[in-house]
Design a protein around this ligand. Sequence first.
Ligand code: GUN
Ligand code: ZN
Length: 459
Amino acid sequence: MTEPSSSPWRHLQGFRADLLWFPDPQKPQLSHLQDGLLVTGQGADGIVRIVAIGPYKDIYPQWASQASAGPDAADFPVTHWPDRCIAPGFVDLHIHYPQTDVIGSPADGLLPWLEHYTFPHEKQFSDPAYARAVSGFFLDELMRHGVTTALCFATAHPESVDAFMTEARQRQLRMVTGKVLQDRHSPDGLRDTDTAESLRQTEDLIRRWHGVDRLGYAITPRFAPTSSAEQLHGAGEIAQQFPGVWIQSHVAENLDEIRWVQTLFPAARSYLDVYDRAGLLRPRAVYAHCIYLDDTDRQRMAEAGATAAVSPTSNLFLGSGFFDYPASDAAGLGYGLASDVGGGTSFSPFHTMHAAYTVARQSIGRAGISLAPEHLWWQHTAGAAQALDMAGQVGNLLPGCEADFVVLNPQATPLLARRTAQTETLAEWLFAMIVLGDDRLIAHTVVQGHTVQPGTPVT
Ligand code: GUN
Ligand code: ZN
């Protein structure tokens, strides 16, 4: 809880409901408060942040008088959602917007899936109008599922980045994306035919988009097999020149892919080492999958400050394998959850958390573990934010965090209502939502104080 001060927050408003948040963003432990109040206000930089969180009866009077004394001398509008629960907006650590229409395309593993469905489909994003239309649909779909921040692949076409950034900016979303770098082993129409030009395009897009409103840029080599060593090293040089931009790629997802990397980069100690030699391991570097890393790789990632995007629905759908949670924890490797749409099968964070639980239980050749529901939730909110180097900014409801959140309706379906009503502990309640939840559980998504699906305002 934060005391009202003389700080000049504008447009103070309150949201009254039950509250779910992480009091210590480093720890996967949730606080649950009945009849709470979340207060938001706009700072001098234009960003709407959470100003206070606490019991409604304690903090409403203080903030109502603060609002009337503030620069707006305004009322203190409060939106009340009885029987609902406000929780942090979800953070998706790895997703491909151009693969929205690739979801559910079956193939005999990653490489045939890329060749037969994904690469041909991605060629269409050279068309700016098409890229704008898909970007808009994709972002609305993310918000409908309660996802308010994502680290997202575009395609090799710079137009695909412009389209996504434009649509995300219109929606005031905090999003990170980048032009895919792929200058070999890719079809005409998707391949960078001039490596130097692909790197110039990357720099140009960084200058145009990184830090504009809530947008960030990610240097995006697709994966080692589709980039020449020259392109990877060029990407590493840009990463050094712009330490604030993100890096995203795929690593150690599939056994055929790994064998291919070994033949392409015989001098590298491991697949991860290909990126390391190119200067692509550093804080703000997020690698999807990280299934077939060894302990040296995990330690190297941890030491470099790079993190893993765990993508369980994708790994189950494509038959790639299982992320090793105990080994990652032992190495101190940071991670968070990702849908990896369209290899992944759902935009829903509940489906992803459920799949992560299932994957961690697998005991083929190792001891299965049971991830706690609070830990699963953390991996898709505050933990994912930490892996993105956005701790304290998104994925939580602590004062100072940006005001992006969801309103859960645990009565959304007959079965959810019945099952959640019979739970006795917070963990049981969270588990019921993780296993039974989908987009219907998200009653509203609030981005920067704007409710995407409005509730009933009361004062
Ligand atoms: N490896 C290289 N490209 C891709 C992609 O689009 N999806 C997944 N899952 N893995 C990849
Ligand atoms: Zn991916």
